[in-house]
Design a protein around this ligand. Structure first.
Ligand code: GDP
Ligand code: IMO
Ligand code: MG
Length: 422
């Protein structure tokens, strides 16, 4: 059996949570493979709304196994808050959730380091989510990290050593770290996590596959935030791309089946960094208002702009996307015209290649203008209802991106999802 991967092709917040929930009934297991509580994945159904940060979006369907893989970084305090609130809403989380022994733990001092690093960068700050993601992955790569499995082996010494190193670094940066209260909460949260199934998730996933069971992997962030291929240094600290599912779960590349690439009918970004198609005018504001483009984690305004096909082609290539999923087309339902960036002009020369550095202002997007469909599609049930202009828009995108669009989302609710005949 193969493992399918669903991931974001832009700068995150494409709507991954919604679609993972929709697709979950077709799978036996759902797994997160990277990122941490910097993610905010929103699901809506039966009039209720949930935002998930560390827990996979496959928990609301019919008892599928949900796995937090080794590539994830976990903050015990935020995990406890998230888990307890889900348990209150009747989800039997302890029965369905498995957590890898190898996930790295976000410590209170990692969050302080995240804030101190941002402060030190001044005007060049990344605009992180402040959740300690960068420092935790830094410790992992420099072989100083603390893993969940460590809670069973001489944990106090390992924790104290790591914490003291962080304190020394913070002091050398001119900070005066105080976190007694947070540390107490964190240590209590460690005890709470011990109540969950902490497993060798690489064995679990591979044995599921051997038994013929199907697994869906849920990406966090998006390809343009990937630490290798994104708009470096304005990226997150993990591999958000398809290959990240192999290292973040312990599955071999030849086990990957479908790769679902998910994108918005326009583009957004939260935090700093270049964004060639960003709109600073009324149209950008209109997209933000209609699309409710405010961060699910931090509440920050998301920057908005037109769809960028140069970036999307690049993301499709890097991930080996086999099917595309287009989200939030309803946000553009009332636009007279829609633009799509088909190339970049850099120093007067046109290119369709995503450049080494997408420095702000240096790129001039080359746009194609398409007619809007001017139809409220939010109640549609099938593609046969699509107005001609919308069908033409899809055809245009499929031709430009050389990949079929198989699912179209026309609203935030689980039900507002249209599957196309391939
Ligand atoms: P994720 O991080 O990729 O899971 O995406 P987020 O949850 O951060 O952001 C997507 C936002 O768009 C959420 O508020 C969703 O409820 C909402 N959403 C998802 N799909 C659609 C859609 O097709 N139309 C509209 N209007 N909203 C959507
Ligand atoms: P989901 O999974 C959008 C952005 C931050 C910042 C940069 C680095 O909901 O799509 P970090 O805290 O990871 O060190 O921040 O990455 N970022 C996201 N933007 N959606 C996300 O997750 C993001 N996770 C991180 O805003 O620019
Ligand atoms: Mg999000």
């Amino acid at each position: 059996m193969k493992i399918d991967v669903l991931l974001g092709l832009q700068w995150g917040d494409e709507g991954k949570g919604k679609v993972v929930d929709v697709l979950t009934p077709r799978y036996d297991a759902v797994a997160r493979f990277q990122g941490g509580p910097n993610a905010g994945h929103t699901l809506e159904f039966e009039g209720k709304k949930y935002v998930l940060r560390s827990i996979p979006s496959g928990i609301f369907q019919h008892g599928q196994v949900n796995i937090i893989g080794n590539g994830v970084v976990l903050d015990p305090v935020l995990f406890q808050e998230e888990a307890e609130s889900l348990e209150k809403s009747g989800i039997a989380l302890k029965e369905i959730l498995k957590i890898s022994k190898k996930v790295h733990l976000i410590m209170p001092t990692h969050r302080l380091l995240d804030a101190a690093n941002e402060k030190a960068k001044g005007g060049a700050k990344i605009g992180t989510t402040g959740k300690g993601i960068g420092p935790t992955y830094t410790d992992k790569i420099s072989r100083n990290g603390l893993r969940l499995g460590d809670v069973f082996h001489d944990f106090e010494t390992k924790y104290t050593n790591a914490r003291d190193k962080h304190i020394a670094t913070l002091k050398s940066m001119g900070e005066n770290p105080e976190f007694d209260e947070l540390e107490q909460r964190w240590l209590k949260a460690i005890e709470y996590i011990k109540g969950y199934d902490i497993v060798d998730s690489e064995y679990l996933i591979n044995s599921l596959l051997r038994e013929g069971k199907s697994v869906l992997c849920e990406g966090a962030q998006g390809t343009l935030l990937d630490v290798d291929f994104g708009s470096y240094p304005f990226v997150t600290s993990s591999n958000t791309i398809c290959a990240g599912a192999c290292s973040g779960l312990g599955v071999a590349p030849n086990k990957i089946g479908e790769v679902f690439g998910i994108f918005k009918a326009y583009c957004t970004r939260v935090g700093s960094g270049p964004f060639p198609t960003e709109l600073f005018d009324e149209t950008g504001k209109r997209i933000r208002d209609l699309g409710h483009e405010y961060g699910a984690v931090t509440g920050r305004e998301r920057r908005c702009g037109w769809i960028d096909l140069v970036a999307l082609r690049y993301s499709i290539m890097i991930n080996g996307v086999t099917q595309l999923i287009m989200m939030k087309s309803d946000v553009l339902d009332d636009f007279d015209e829609i633009k799509a960036c088909v190339a970049y002009k850099i120093n007067g020369e046109e290119t369709t290649q995503f450049p080494f550095s997408i420095e702000e202002n240096a790129i001039e997007p080359v746009y194609v203008t398409l007619p809007g469909w001017k139809t409220d599609m939010t109640h549609f049930k099938s593609e046969s209802e699509f107005p001609q202009a919308f069908s033409d828009y899809i055809k245009f995108l499929e031709k430009e991106l050389e990949t079929p669009i198989t699912i179209i989302s026309i609203g935030p609710d689980r039900e507002q999802t249209i599957e196309r005949n391939k």
